[in-house]
Design a protein around this ligand. Structure first.
Ligand SMILES: [Zn+2]
Length: 234
């Protein structure tokens, strides 16, 4: 007899021959269950049910973040710069470009372009963001580094889908242009974080002490940062 109530969420099953135990992942508002190749459907269902209390709050947090921060490439859609929500629109023009005002961002598409407009707007906005990051984030990082007396050998801009930045053992700091979507306080936290890696190449307590010296509210900012993942996935 099946008296089970319906689960409050859907999940996606990934089977693997190498796997011996089950695990759960919540990614971008989606629940994924990874199980051994021959795991029984009924067993999986019961196992997921036993995890509902763990899954629900996390899933709700992710879904809410998506509702509030997903970037929407459509006419009248929304875009974020420095944590501010801007209304997106585009039009045909003699040449392509991006103009940002107080509450809106407008993309001009060259009249010659034949590809789907939303695809072109997507591409133009990503290029524009990368240029802005080059012009704004690189000098900001260098300035901050001088103030902190932690000077990188180079600061570069890149496109990452899973992280905001990185620092390597040669002192090269690489920043994700998507940082510009974030609130200025979060932007600063990421730069401080990467600059501190110039001295502490790990996440040890010494590292966090150094971070807190330059950014005392880092714990709060770090938590806020987990809710900004929609900026990473457009
Ligand atoms: Zn780090």
């Amino acid at each position: 007899m099946n008296s089970e109530t319906e689960l409050p969420f859907d999940y996606h099953i990934v089977r693997s021959r190498k796997r011996r135990t089950a695990s759960l992942m919540i990614d971008k508002g989606r629940v994924e269950v990874r199980v051994p190749a021959l795991a029984d459907e009924c067993w999986i269902d019961n196992w997921v049910r036993s995890k509902v209390d763990w899954v629900l709050p996390r899933l709700q947090r992710q879904t809410r973040a998506l509702e509030q921060r997903a970037i929407e490439i459509s006419q009248g859609g929304r875009f974020f710069v420095n944590g501010r929500e801007l209304a997106l629109s585009w039009r045909r023009a003699s040449r392509s470009g991006v103009v940002m005002a107080d509450q809106e961002i407008q993309v001009s598409i060259s009249a010659r372009v034949r590809r789907p407009e939303s695809e072109v707007v997507h591409e133009q906005l990503q290029q524009w963001m990368a240029q802005q990051a080059e012009a704004i984030l690189v000098p900001l990082c260098l300035q901050l580094g001088r103030e902190m007396r932690l000077v990188p050998s180079t600061v570069r801009i890149k496109n990452y889908r899973r992280k905001w930045g990185q620092c390597d053992s040669r002192g090269v700091i690489t920043l994700n242009w998507r940082i510009l979507h974030l609130d200025p306080a979060l932007q600063r936290y990421i730069l401080v974080h990467e600059l501190c890696h110039l001295k502490e190449m790990n996440h040890s307590s010494a590292f966090w002490r150094l971070v807190s010296l330059h950014c005392p509210e880092y714990a709060t900012l770090r938590r806020q940062l987990t809710e900004t993942y929609p900026y990473l996935i457009w």
